[in-house]
Design a protein around this ligand. Structure first.
Ligand SMILES: [Zn+2]
Length: 394
């Protein structure tokens, strides 16, 4: 896994070399570098990669020589691969903090972010940060999240979805639902306006449940946290994995948030987690104080059994991820870096290490963070239109 992180360093190194010498570099030669193309699970070693005007123009066996007009970068011992995506991000409240989020992701090689705590004004941020020649991560947006507190009429739901479509949001996020009727109305509106739904596996707080038939025939295209799978019976898991595969629905497991919450780390381990040097001293002290207070309050015995329980849950999730991988269900990757001791960008790398506990290949994990995310984020809508067409044809 260490190899992955070298990639990040090369991105940083190339950017700094490029900036220091020429201002803007149009021609760059990465000499004698290893290429992880993601076309297959092979690494192409000792390659020369030529980049012109921001595009790779050739990848050839390395001559280890400088070339006229090309800025030379010695890539010996380094790797290059497609950039990463974080498929579950909670944007901060202010634009200033948002710019920090974008920078922290960029230095970790993360260039695509899917927003899971939407606000209407996020389209303004997209305009500002995703300019044609900008280098900040690309934003994929949802409007304000639907929750169980939203007691909406059919008309209100339709105008919400219509507004989201008109403002070019990418999908609707569901956190929780008031009732099965809310879900049905939302799905009808999403089908009408060709909007994708993503978020938690739909569980209603009161009244009739939403049936699996309704859920798997809806515009849901991704479920978070292994919801609808983790904690369910073996039969239910097998059936739903089959439905996920058949309906081309993507899973975003988000292990890191639960891993931090499991309490398995000692205080000094928490302080040393990846990226913590970017957290202010005051914030870190607050986090530590609240962790110590909580652990003292519940007592040593309860604390230890809580960790054991959480570790058991994690083991169950790893088994499910293995099953999903074997069944060929598309998975995308995110740490859901929204709690204490987590920092956006850095946790994407930690999430890859956690997914490795599911005993799936490095190639599968990299696919989650690159190819599958890319296709999920850029093609879900097109895919949806195509499916509609197929339904019409049959
Ligand atoms: Zn979240």
């Amino acid at each position: 896994m260490k190899q992955f992180f070298l990639v990040v360093f090369i991105i940083q190194a190339v950017i700094s070399v490029a900036q220091s010498k020429e201002g803007v570099v149009n021609k760059l030669l990465l000499s004698n570098i290893s290429v992880i193309s993601m076309k297959n699970n092979k690494i192409l070693e000792n390659q020369d990669v030529k980049i012109q005007n921001g595009k790779i123009i050739s990848i050839k066996k390395s001559k280890k020589l400088k070339e006229k007009d090309f800025l030379f970068f010695d890539g010996s011992g380094k790797y290059i691969m497609p950039s990463l995506a974080d498929a579950h991000v909670h944007f901060p409240a202010s634009e200033l903090e948002m710019e920090q989020v974008l920078k922290l992701n960029l230095i970790n090689g993360v260039t695509k972010l899917r927003s899971m705590r939407g606000e209407w004004q996020h389209t303004e941020w997209r305009k500002k940060f995703n300019t044609p020649d900008g280098f900040y991560p690309k934003l994929y947006l949802s409007p304000p999240t639907i929750t169980r507190n939203d007691d909406l009429t059919k008309e209100q739901i339709e105008s919400f979805v219509k507004k989201a479509k008109e403002n070019k949001f990418d999908f609707i996020k569901i956190l929780s639902l008031k009732s099965a009727a809310t879900f049905t109305n939302l799905d009808v509106a999403c089908k009408k306006y060709k909007m994708v739904i993503g978020g938690h596996f739909p569980v209603v707080t009161a009244g009739d449940k939403v049936s699996d038939k309704t859920i798997f025939n809806s515009n849901y295209r991704a479920f978070e946290y292994l919801g609808g799978l983790a904690g369910e019976s073996v039969e239910m898991i097998t059936d739903r994995i089959e439905l996920l595969k058949r309906n081309n629905i993507t899973i975003c497991p988000t292990l890191s948030w639960y891993d931090i919450g499991s309490g398995r780390n000692s205080i000094s381990e928490l302080k040393d987690l990846r990226g913590m040097e970017f957290v202010s001293k005051t914030k870190m002290n607050d986090w530590i104080a609240s962790t110590i207070e909580y652990r003292d309050k519940i007592g040593d015995e309860a604390y230890k059994s809580e960790v054991i329980r959480e570790m058991k849950r994690a083991e169950d999730k790893y088994k499910i991820i293995k099953q999903l991988d074997q069944a060929g269900v598309n998975m995308i990757l995110s740490p859901d870096a929204s709690s204490k001791y987590m920092i956006t960008g850095f946790n994407v790398l930690g999430e890859m290490e956690l997914v490795k506990n599911a005993n799936i290949s490095n190639y599968s994990i990299l696919k989650m963070a690159t190819l599958i995310s890319q296709s999920f984020l850029t093609k879900t809508l097109e895919q949806l239109k195509l499916e509609r067409l197929l339904i019409l044809l049959f």
